[in-house]
Design a protein around this ligand. Structure first.
Ligand code: GCV
Length: 713
């Protein structure tokens, strides 16, 4: 046993005020704030035993070293023994635990499943154990998190098993390094330099993901380029897979449905054609020769111009099954997206996925999982849960959330997405009566799914802080946490993230948490209050565009969705309208079928409401809308103001960056309010109620407002 020598003076220097570009994400391992805290953890961190040898063990060792360097500001040399009876932290797989520790853990170890882990304090020592190498890595990160958030180790007992098996990031990254709906620079995948150069950022990406339990990544855009399936790119993808493997992260690729035609000039991509089936089988064999643990395919078919089984009169199941059969012998899966809709189908766009997939329930191979966006439209600031959840008992469904904020202000708005995700996850589908929450569908408990999953469309790019807005990191973090356990408490998630990323000072953490927790409702108010949706600018979706109309596709306009006229506004989705409501269970039909019982959050999603209709608040619809837009603007200003009070509590670099983005947010909130109220005011013909500020410009100004080269298209 050795004792760490800490330079007391160094620990007292004003560390938090040093410049920090945010690259280290939540793995800052901030120095202990005083000698007492350092002394407390020193005994444990100075006496670590790590048993076993594997690439993942090396990752664990390295992570411990990085953490110790950070905590103690490099004043000690980490030394991690591979065997030492006196170690105070013991990290070992259950099979490698010595008798004493086995006895201390007792029956508990039997409760560890999959890549779960157990951390247990016993007689002055901490044991981190698991049944797999990756479980051990997760357990190590969990212990480090406890130290980062300055929790006491005595009496600790944490048993964690992942509730969802597939916890994936989806990158919409193109091979030319542009990122569809990416607002944080270019793609981090430098395909040109691969396979020979493994950038440090790939390793740090893997570390960050492993630290929150993410175990897979689909590295290419769902608007897929077939080239990624050629040897040239498979070699590169294999290099990424090799780099990620020790972190428990599998690689997945997006498959372009007509790849057999593009790459090998087959006359058809008909999934029932024998030649096509043979092509996919051969392709799978080839992929697995490069990447033996390749996860499988993610497919967007028959949607927004992507080819698919429709082109051959086949069903989504027939399409998915052909690819599934190809990867099955190697243990691969297919994630088949339910985001299927077509402008030529005359029904309400939000009904189309359900109409198409529901009749196919039970027709997919057992290695197919259908990936469904959280709501039936397209990642709007607020949508009711997708009606497919709870409606496909025989077909595993996984969740697709969008971490990148395509429709939510993109990179410059602070919105705590976990608040929105929690709202969806906690929704009761009533599929099997009360208590059939979306979570229960996803974790497999409601229908007995054999495959479970959650995917998040990544917000990561080459920006030094990875996500453009520093707080975008929180959304990445929260996604991982919710994918591991969708029941996680979002207050705890954001609190932990703030502590690990910035500071443990409650005078910083509490107000910052408060800003985050209020940010979602604020954004909904200044963008799409009362259930408005899809009123963003055309194509790039940045900023307001309630006037967007005409063009090639009605279902890509705003007027299709809000239907404002002199009398009313909103989309009637009840029996008297599109009857999208019929896709939900009777419980929801009762609530959402009547404007009087529909929560205001979804009023205009389900109903057409006259401008002068008196709402439960006592306001007319018009007044309520205007007041909510105003409330949103005031909320954004409040966020700005609250944040300004935190100056000096964290490093200036990140403080200033966030302040500057909050300025943008507050200005854009006004832009949203003014332009939407001017536009809708033409129809309502009613004056702005008291308390709502006068617009800064006239409607024409907003109609003429154009910006070139908005990123992410
Ligand atoms: C990758 C939305 C986005 C598209 C995206 C699509 C999808 O429509 O605007 O950029 O395409 O969703 O999820 O496939």
């Amino acid at each position: 046993m050795y004792r760490l020598v800490i330079s007391f003076l160094l620990l007292l220097s004003p560390v938090i005020l040093k410049a920090n570009d945010g690259y280290k994400l939540w793995l800052q391992y901030l120095p202990f704030e005083n000698k007492a805290v350092a002394d407390y953890y020193q005994d444990y961190l100075g006496n670590i035993t790590l048993v076993g040898k594997s690439p993942t063990h090396e990752v664990i060792r390295r992570e411990l070293e990085i953490a110790i360097e950070g905590f103690f500001k490099g004043t000690i040399t980490p030394s991690i023994a591979d065997h030492n009876e006196y170690g105070l932290i013991w990290i070992a797989k259950s099979e490698d635990l010595s008798g004493t520790f086995k006895a201390a853990i007792g029956e508990k170890s039997k409760e560890i499943k999959d890549d779960g882990y157990l951390i247990k304090y016993s007689q002055g020592k901490i044991v981190v154990t698991a049944n797999s190498d990756i479980g051990l890595l997760y357990g190590t990160f969990a212990l480090l998190k406890k130290i980062q958030t300055r929790e006491k180790l005595e009496g600790m007992e944490i048993l964690e098993n992942p509730k969802i098996q597939l916890r994936l990031l989806n990158h919409w990254d193109n091979l030319n390094r542009t990122v569809e709906r990416g607002y944080a620079g270019f793609s981090i995948w430098n395909w040109h330099r691969l396979p020979h150069h493994i950038d440090q950022q790939y390793i740090d990406y893997a570390r960050a993901n492993a630290s929150i339990g993410i175990n897979g990544t689909s590295v290419t855009n769902v608007n897929a380029n077939a080239l990624v399936l050629t040897p040239e790119y498979l070699e590169k993808a294999a290099a990424l897979a090799d780099a990620f493997r020790p972190y428990g992260i599998k690689i997945y690729l997006t498959a372009r449905f007509n790849a057999p035609m593009i790459l090998d000039s087959l006359p058809t991509a008909d999934p029932l054609d024998l030649q096509v089936q043979a092509w996919w089988k051969k392709k799978a064999e080839e992929i697995y020769s490069y990447i033996p643990d390749f996860g499988g395919f993610l497919v967007k078919a028959d949607s927004e111009g992507q080819p698919g089984p429709h082109n051959y009169g086949r069903t989504q199941a027939e399409g998915a099954n052909t690819l599934a059969d190809a990867v099955k012998p190697f243990g691969g899966i297919v994630m088949w997206r339910a985001f299927v809709y077509n402008e030529k189908t005359p029904t309400d766009r939000i009904k189309q996925a359900y109409d198409e997939f529901k009749p196919l329930d039970g027709k997919f191979r057992d290695n197919v999982i259908v990936q469904v966006k959280n709501g039936p439209l397209d990642f709007q600031p607020r949508e009711p849960f997708h009606p497919l959840f709870g409606s496909m008992p025989e077909t595993p469904l996984m969740m697709e959330f969008q971490i990148t904020k395509e429709y939510l202000g993109q990179e410059s708005h602070w919105v705590n997405l976990a608040t929105m995700w929690e709202e969806v996850l906690q929704s009761d589908t009533y599929a099997k009566g009360v208590g059939s929450k979306v979570i229960n569908v996803l974790d497999g408990s409601l229908h007995g799914y054999k495959l479970t999953g959650m995917a998040g469309v990544s917000n990561i790019g080459t920006d030094r802080n990875w996500t453009g807005h520093h707080t975008g990191q929180a959304d990445w973090y929260a996604f991982g946490k919710l994918a591991w356990n969708p029941e996680s408490h979002i207050e705890e998630i954001i609190g932990d993230w703030l502590k690990m990323t910035y500071s443990n000072d409650p005078d910083f953490v509490n107000p910052a948490k408060n800003i985050a927790l209020n940010s979602y409702e604020t954004l909904v108010n200044y963008m799409t209050p009362l259930g408005l949706h899809h009123i963003m600018a055309r194509s790039h979706h940045w900023g307001p565009g309630p006037w967007v109309t005409g063009g090639g596709r009605d279902d890509w306009t705003a007027t299709y969705y809000h239907k404002a006229d002199k009398k009313a506004i909103g989309f009637d989705r009840t029996e008297s309208g599109s009857n999208a409501l019929a896709q939900y269970t009777p419980e929801w039909k009762n609530v959402w079928g009547d404007p009087e019982t529909t929560p205001m959050a979804f009023l205009l999603w389900f109903h057409r409401v006259s401008w002068d209709k008196k709402l439960s608040t006592g306001n007319s619809l018009w007044d309520e809308m205007a007041l909510r837009y105003q409330q949103g603007v005031e909320g954004a200003r409040w966020m700005q103001n609250e944040w300004s009070k935190l100056e000096g509590k964290i490093d200036t670099e990140r403080f200033t960056h966030i302040s500057s983005f909050l300025n943008i947010q507050a200005t854009e909130a006004e832009w949203w309010r003014d332009s939407c109220l001017l536009y809708f005011g033409q129809f309502s013909g009613m004056p702005l109620p008291k308390g709502v500020e006068k617009p800064k410009h006239d409607l024409q100004y907003y109609l003429n407002f154009k910006r070139n080269f908005v990123p992410g298209i």
